[in-house]
Design a protein around this ligand. Structure first.
Ligand code: NAD
Length: 503
């Protein structure tokens, strides 16, 4: 839809399970987007000047409110996504943990730091972190609260304003969260939402000072081009085709539990979910039999209770895409070990948790992200083959390793071309806030979490100083006018590298 046509219409949000309208939001036209960014720009300098402590007070109150209103937010998340209550809870807890982590460490990560100067004793240096200004978030539907609001928390704490374009399929939990931010005392204009499809995201990217994008590699490429045109910084959190490696000697029953959890959490609609498994041939049959049995025990459906393991996919159109990949893989010679069927009796977007074997290279499912409850299993001769095949992909987001001991698993983890590798887990990286998370190759640019996860929302600026004696540093250098002077300078220059503490 063009931006002009979009003006003044409302976007109805429907449950992917029942098809009922569960809410609506106003679609933003070009003028609304411009106005939102202007309001954000006007509010941001005072917010930046307020200092970390004042900003933290508001984020702390937001986290308290999120806890108090958890049940309501879980309902909203389930309404708009069709996910299980457990998957919705993971969203709320992850946003809460984002607040806790950056409230505890953000101030230190952003503190002005003294650094060694160019010439010890005569010069000094400082590194400072200044907010970008207005950060634009363009976000997907799979974790609307984490990606729409959780990622904006460190941006706000760093002194930015945030304008978020949630997925057009799932804007309602972001609306609820922005209300909670306002109740917590966040000044007007600092956290705003603009609703609509890709055209709204594209317009937002033209106006903000930094873009934090999460979504598909195809859209990420467009965002990078648009940001490149304007020479503004950006981060891209994109898709994955995440491998799991199981070595002979690994505790098979536990590996099967971890595999099933890592594959089917959030119905497989998780950027870091397991999509491929490479299992050493010696244990392949046992692993496969147990994985089939465990997968068949998963309860598929929709419920406000905690009795369902795997929920709906986001839409019938997405279920079509997932099924197309499964059916093509089968038609090209792949074997469906379990699942592989649509479940219209449960709703229009349910797909059974599915395991496949012998998927040929020619099948799209072999290399392309499926983003559903589907995993292909492959036997491998040894760990080397597992590593080679795991790395043979344009993606590089996350990997999972199950081995006989920690040392071997660690050695494998170091050889995997992914932004993160998890030993005895698949999804652990998302909850490991102290280390950066993000992709390499076509899985992304930039990182969330850790120090970099808040510093990315700042410009690093350096201030260096010199004694003023003799015209300062430049004046001293300019005095070198003889061979003796030059020799002395060079001697001091090379001597420095030999003195511990001055290197
Ligand atoms: P998508 O790329 O279709 O859409 C993401 C967002 O971009 C939406 O808000 C959409 O409206 C907007 N958009 C679309 N075209 C645009 C354009 N030309 N300019 C600006 N904005 C535009 O992705 P999706 O289908 O919503 O999400 C699924 C994808 O997200 C999967 O590939 C998944 O792996 C990825 N993902 C990655 C991470 C991560 O952290 N790496 C996390 C979650 C999801």
């Amino acid at each position: 839809m063009s931006l002009a046509a979009a003006e003044a219409t409302r976007l109805e949000i429907r449950s992917p399970v029942t098809g009922e309208v569960v809410g609506s939001v106003a679609r933003a036209g070009g003028e609304e987007i411009a106005r939102a960014v202007e309001r954000a720009r006007a509010a941001q300098p005072t917010w930046a000047e307020a200092g970390f402590r004042d900003r933290a007070r508001i984020v702390r109150r937001f986290a308290e409110r999120l806890k108090q209103r958890q049940e309501e937010i879980l309902d909203t998340l389930q309404d708009e996504t069709g996910k299980t209550r457990r998957d919705a809870l993971a969203e709320v807890l992850t946003v809460a943990r984002t607040c806790q982590y950056y409230l505890a460490h953000g101030r230190r990560f952003l503190a002005e730091r003294r650094r060694p100067g160019a010439v010890p004793g005569l010069t000094g240096a400082r590194e400072t972190f200044a907010p970008h200004g207005v950060v634009g978030f363009v976000t997907p539907w799979n974790y609307p609260l984490i990606l729409g609001i959780g990622d904006a928390i460190p941006a706000l704490l760093a002194g930015n304003a945030a304008v978020v374009k949630p997925s057009e399929l799932t804007p309602l939990s972001a609306v609820a969260a922005v209300e909670l931010l306002a109740e917590a005392g966040l000044p007007d204009g600092l956290a705003q939402l603009v609703h609509g499809g890709g055209e709204v995201g594209a317009e937002l990217v033209k106006r903000v000072d930094y873009v934090a994008f999460t979504g598909s590699a195809a859209t990420g490429r467009k965002i990078a081009v648009a940001a490149g045109e304007r020479l503004i910084p950006y981060s891209l959190e994109l898709g994955g085709k995440n491998p799991l490696v199981v070595l002979d000697g690994a505790p098979i029953d536990r590996a099967v539990e971890g595999f099933v959890a890592g594959a089917f959490f959030n119905s497989g609609q998780t950027c870091i979910a397991v999509e491929r498994a490479y299992v050493e041939r010696t244990i392949y049959d046992e692993f496969v039999d147990k994985a089939i049995a465990r997968t068949r025990r998963l309860a598929l459906g929709y419920s406000r209770q905690w009795d369902v393991d795997v929920g709906s996919l986001i839409s019938a159109a997405h279920a079509d895409k997932v099924m197309r990949q499964v059916e093509e893989a089968r038609d090209l010679g792949g074997e469906i070990l379990t699942g592989g069927r649509r479940r219209p009796d449960l709703g229009p977007a349910f797909v059974e948790p599915t395991l496949l074997a012998e998927v040929p290279r020619s099948a799209e499912l072999h290399d392309e992200e499926t983003f559903g409850p589907v995993v292909a299993l492959y036997p491998v001769d040894d760990a080397d083959e597992a590593v080679t095949r795991a790395n043979d992909t344009p993606y590089g987001l996350n990997a999972s390793i199950w081995g006989p001991d920690g040392r071997r698993s660690l050695a494998i983890a170091r050889r995997l071309d992914t932004g993160s590798a998890s030993i005895n887990s698949a999804l652990l990286i998302y909850h490991s806030f102290a280390v950066p998370m993000g992709g390499i190759k076509q899985s992304g640019v930039g990182r969330r979490h850790g120090a970099i996860g808040i510093r990315r929302f700042t410009q690093s600026r350096s201030i260096v100083s010199s004694t003023s004696l003799a015209g300062g540093y430049d004046g001293i250098l300019a005095r070198v006018g003889s061979a003796t002077g030059a020799r002395l300078l060079a001697a001091l220059f090379y001597l420095r590298a030999k003195i511990p503490g001055l290197r």
